[in-house]
Design a protein around this ligand. Structure first.
Ligand SMILES: C[S@@+](CC[C@H](N)C(=O)[O-])C[C@H]1O[C@@H](n2cnc3c(N)ncnc32)[C@H](O)[C@@H]1O
Length: 283
């Protein structure tokens, strides 16, 4: 990626090009280096902006960002909270989605990460849509009634109460974690803390070699990155169990019954009797 400036020279292994030769050319134009190599002038895409930044943390991949934006239900004008900022890759996608009328409130505990994220956002002109907070989210968020909230840090289940308080009724919650153990812990937390409509998803993208007469998938693809867990806050948190999925309710009923059976069996072993007892049917 290149910011065009009058009088500057672009160097590459294919040769040099004067910025002045590129300024005012339409995107999609073929240009030539001083060695005669051809280059295509293209506008950077959101993928380019996210993946070509300076990184000092793991970043969210564009394939996952697309799903995250969808699950956060973002549009121009939305207000969204994010933690942690990390290198700012996801912040870029969030700012891209909510601009020009919306706002991203991004929290980061490490000052060094925040500095890198700030410079990444500034370079690509998206900092004006982002409010960076140097703070741990353990203390909660300064904003409330936000449309959406996303947690990309190692222990999201620790911060669910803070997240619930910051979201508007009917808001959208998303969290990203790489391992199934973390997903299980987060699911248990979401069930307890008053979230409903919970989903767990993974995004696998299989690209094809675009050869019309020999169309076939690429030989390699990006494997696992993160799980995307989405949920909606419940206003009346008295009976959060009511909104568990049918599958989850069946599993809970079965677990309770199995516990009862095993209790009865251990009683029977300690007090043997001649009478035959029938086992209740499992749901
Ligand atoms: C995996 S990185 C986030 C990457 C980011 N989504 C991106 O795409 O560049 C996780 C970040 O969360 C930050 N973090 C961890 N605990 C935090 C807390 N309690 N409050 C705020 N930030 C925290 C870490 O310092 C780290 O920078």
């Amino acid at each position: 990626m290149l910011r065009l400036q009058p009088g500057r020279l672009f160097h590459s292994n294919l040769g040099k090009v004067q910025h002045d030769e590129l300024i005012d050319l339409p995107y999609g134009t073929t240009v030539f280096s001083h060695l005669g190599h051809s280059m295509l002038l293209l506008e950077p895409s959101l993928d380019d902006l996210m993946t070509r930044i300076k990184r000092n943390t793991q970043i969210i991949f564009p394939k996952d960002a697309a799903m995250i934006l969808r699950r956060l239900n973002l549009r121009a004008g939305s207000r969204v909270i994010e933690a942690g900022t990390g290198s700012g890759a996801l912040t870029i996608a969030l700012a891209w989605a909510v601009a020009p009328g919306g706002r991203v409130y991004s929290y980061e505990i490490r000052e060094d990460h925040l500095l890198v994220a700030r410079s990444n956002l500034e370079k690509i002109g998206l900092l004006k849509y982002v409010e960076l907070h140097s703070a741990s989210i353990l203390e909660g968020f300064e904003q409330n009634n936000v449309d959406a909230l996303v947690l990309d840090l190692r222990t999201p289940w620790v911060f669910l109460e803070q997240a619930h308080r910051a979201l508007r009724p009917g808001g959208f919650f998303v969290s990203l974690v790489p391992t199934t153990n973390q997903v299980s812990e987060l699911l248990q937390g979401l069930e307890k803390m008053g979230f409903a409509d919970i989903s767990v998803e993974e995004v696998l993208v299989r690209a094809y070699k675009p050869v019309p007469d020999r169309l076939r998938p690429d030989d390699t693809m990006v494997g696992h990155t993160v799980f995307v867990i989405s949920a909606r806050p419940i206003v009346d948190r008295e009976d959060p169990g009511r909104w568990l999925s049918d599958e989850r309710k069946r599993f809970e009923a079965r677990r309770i019954l199995e516990e009862k059976i095993s209790e009865e069996e251990s009683k029977r072993v300690s007090q043997p009797s001649d009478k035959k007892r029938s086992r209740p049917k499992l749901p």
